[in-house]
Design a protein around this ligand. Structure first.
Ligand SMILES: [Zn+2]
Length: 317
């Protein structure tokens, strides 16, 4: 699936109230027909994630069958390495972020059995990346740690019913160590708060059943402050708004029961301005080129907010 930007631009005006569902479905279905473009090949390092983003967006739009199922399964399995993990594309090294996408795709299209045919390799891969000393997770065999990998591992293992493969209490302790004085979370202990990391940390605690450890009012206040004048969210103070934070911030607020602390109508109006009403797709901001990543997270955010009709309900975790 192409991750190239465009071809269209987000052209919504502030009076935009309609979700252009059929345009978005057509946009995603056409992503794979752009293989003659250079950018298709330049984005190969994200190919498996792209399939996940496109597929999930189609499910939200109520067109789950718009991508061919068998071809999707074949592609996912062709990305698996001998060590059980998945790479971004056939022949690429395995990494946690692609392994999670692979599991999510197979679960979404009800094809997890395909993994079982090959043993529990993929699942053991996630488990083996946990640092047993402090509970953190590495993204690959090279050892970089990041709360994104920790959330990814818990997400994939919980989808497969295999959380017992890792030390969940230690993971929870590690997440707590990433909490900052402002109530939000960073990429590792002592690093700057960021909305994306809040999502991964709160998502991990939610999967672990330990949201009771979160100071919900303090975190809810920090997340609410991400909404700026035009209705959109930024990822941290003084940064530009971006449609994808509708999801990262919005779902975090939903998980701690504080989604009503923001102006949902204003946020929905901002996200609708980020769609290309002619060719489909969403961009990060009005006027910018659309891409499949912002298309998924724009749609997921809209579904979460519940202001616009015509989207399947999304699970905030
Ligand atoms: Zn973004």
């Amino acid at each position: 699936m192409s991750l190239a930007q465009g071809p269209g631009r987000a052209g919504g005006t502030s009076s935009e109230q309609e979700l252009h569902t059929s345009k978005h479905v057509a946009y995603i279905k056409n992503l794979d027909t752009r293989k003659d473009e250079l950018q298709y090949w330049l984005t190969e390092h994200l190919r498996l994630n792209g399939v996940y983003w496109g597929l999930t967006a189609l499910h939200l739009l109520g067109h789950p069958d718009a991508l061919p199922r068998e071809e999707t399964i074949d592609f996912v399995l062709s990305c698996q390495n001998d060590n059980g993990g998945f790479g971004a594309a056939p022949g690429h090294d395995a990494h946690m972020l692609y392994t999670v996408s692979a599991v999510q795709i197979l679960v979404t299209i009800d094809a997890v059995d395909e993994l079982d045919k090959q043993g529990r390799g993929a699942n053991k891969k996630s488990a083996s990346l946990q640092n047993r000393d402090d509970g953190s997770f590495m993204g690959d065999q090279w050892g970089e740690t990041d709360t994104r990998f920790l959330y990814g591992a818990l997400n994939a293992l919980s989808l497969l019913g295999l959380l017992d493969l890792v030390d969940v209490p230690k993971t929870v302790t590690y997440v707590q160590s990433c909490e900052n004085f402002d109530g939000a979370y960073g990429i590792s202990p002592g690093t700057e708060s960021h909305a994306g990391q809040v999502f991964t940390c709160i998502g991990a605690l939610s999967i672990a059943g330990r949201l009771d450890l979160v100071n919900k009012d303090r975190l809810g206040a920090w997340l609410s402050e991400r909404q700026v004048d035009n209705g959109g969210f930024n990822g941290r103070p003084e940064k530009l708004v971006d449609a994808c934070y509708t999801w990262w911030v919005g779902s975090s607020l939903a998980m701690i029961d504080r989604l009503h602390w923001i102006d949902r109508k204003k946020l929905s109006a901002f996200v609708l301005q980020c769609q290309d009403p002619e060719n489909g797709g969403f961009a990060d901001r009005p006027g910018n080129m659309v891409d499949v990543y912002h298309t998924l997270f724009g749609l997921a955010g809209l579904s979460l907010l519940g202001v616009v009709d015509g989207l399947q309900e999304v699970d905030p975790i």
